[in-house]
Design a protein around this ligand. Structure first.
Ligand code: HBI
Ligand code: FE
Length: 285
C-alpha cells in the first residue's frame, strides 16, 4: 500500500504486519476475538502480570486505577466490552485496526474520539521488545488514560491538530509532541515523578529505567515549542523525558493555533535527543 512510505517506523520499506485486506476506508476491522488461541491468551496474561507488577510507585494513579477497572488481566480482552465502559466515562470508543494505519485515518479517529487498537499480539520471542504497536501496547498502554476526562480531551485535540499539521507541513514537529507526551510522558505529583506515557508503560525495561537517577537521560519540564524541535529515539530508551504538572497543561498547551510555531521552527535547527539547553533543569536531581 502506498501509505507505507508515510509511516515513519517503516521507512525501510518492509511490509507491515497485520491483515489489511478486510479493512474499511478508515482501516477499521472486526476484532474476531474467538480466533485468538489459548497460547496467545496465555502470553497476554504473562505480559500483563509482568507489567502490572512494575506499576506501583511508578505509573500515575489515573493509569493504575483505570487499568484495574478494565479487568483485562485474564486474557486478550474483547474490545467491545471496554469500549462501552469507555464511552460512558469519556465518550471515547475503541476501534479495531490491522496495525499501523495512515496518518490521515489515525488523526481522523482521534479527532472523533475513537482510539485505534491493533488486533494482533506479538510472538513469545518479542516478549521484551517489539517495533510495531501490537494489541498489548495499544490496549494496555493507551486505553487506561482515555478514562481520564482531561487527557481524553487532549487526545481529541491532538487528532484535530494532526489533521491541521498535515496541511501546514508541521507533521514532523507535531509527531514529536505525541511521542514525548502520549508515548513517553512523565507527570510531576506530590509523591514524585510518575509515568503516563503508553510506550513506557507497556515496556518491560523502560518503566524502571526512565525514573532511575544517574542514567544519561534528561528529565525536563515540558515546553511545547522546545518539544516540537527535539528528535527522538525509536530503537532505544529515550534520552529525554518531558515532564508535565497536569493533564490540563497538555490540553491548554494545545489550544493555540500552531501555525506560527511551525513557521518559526522551519528556520531553527532540530535538537538532538540528549540536549540540555542553558537554563533547563534536570528534574531527577
Ligand atoms: N497507526 N495504529 C496506529 N497507531 C499509531 O500510533 C499510529 C498510526 N499511524 C500513524 C501514527 N501513529 C503516527 O503518525 C502519529 O503518532 C503521529
Ligand atoms: Fe502507541
Amino acid at each position: 500500500a502506498d501509505f507505507l512510505a508515510t509511516v515513519a517506523e517503516k521507512s525501510d520499506g518492509a511490509a507491515l504486519r497485520g491483515d489489511y485486506t478486510h479493512a474499511d476506508d478508515q482501516y477499521v476491522v472486526t476484532q474476531d476475538w474467538q480466533a485468538y488461541s489459548e497460547a496467545e491468551h496465555e502470553l497476554w496474561r504473562k505480559l500483563y502480570q509482568r507489567q502490572a507488577a512494575l506499576l506501583p510507585g511508578r505509573a500515575c494513579d489515573e493509569f493504575i486505577d483505570a487499568l484495574h477497572q478494565m479487568k483485562a488481566a485474564d486474557g486478550i480482552p474483547e474490545f467491545e466490552r471496554t469500549s462501552e465502559e469507555l464511552f460512558k466515562a469519556t465518550g471515547w470508543r475503541i476501534v479495531a485496526v490491522p496495525g499501523l494505519i495512515p496518518e490521515l485515518a489515525f488523526f481522523n479517529h482521534l479527532a472523533n474520539r475513537r482510539f485505534p487498537v491493533t488486533v494482533w499480539l506479538r510472538t513469545p520471542e518479542e516478549f521484551d521488545y517489539i517495533v510495531e504497536p501490537d494489541v498489548f501496547h495499544d490496549f494496555f498502554g493507551h486505553v487506561p488514560l482515555l478514562f481520564n476526562p482531561v487527557f481524553a480531551d487532549y487526545m481529541q485535540r491532538y487528532g484535530q491538530g494532526g489533521l491541521k499539521a498535515m496541511q501546514l507541513g508541521g507533521l514532523d514537529n507535531l509527531a514529536r509532541l505525541y511521542w514525548y507526551t502520549v508515548e513517553f510522558g512523565l507527570i510531576n505529583t506530590p509523591e514524585g515523578l510518575r509515568i503516563y506515557g503508553a510506550g513506557i508503560l507497556s515496556s518491560g525495561g523502560e518503566v524502571e529505567y526512565c525514573l532511575r537517577k544517574g542514567t544519561p537521560s534528561r528529565h525536563i519540564r515540558l515546553d511545547i515549542e522546545r518539544c516540537l524541535r527535539t528528535l527522538y529515539k525509536i530503537d532505544s530508551y529515550q534520552e529525554s523525558y518531558f515532564v508535565i504538572d497536569s493533564y490540563q497543561q497538555l490540553f491548554d498547551g494545545t489550544a493555540p493555533d500552531f501555525t506560527p510555531i511551525y513557521e518559526k521552527l522551519k528556520h531553527l535547527d532540530v535538537l538532538p535527543a540528549n540536549t540540555l539547553l542553558p537554563g533547563e533543569v534536570e528534574l531527577l536531581g
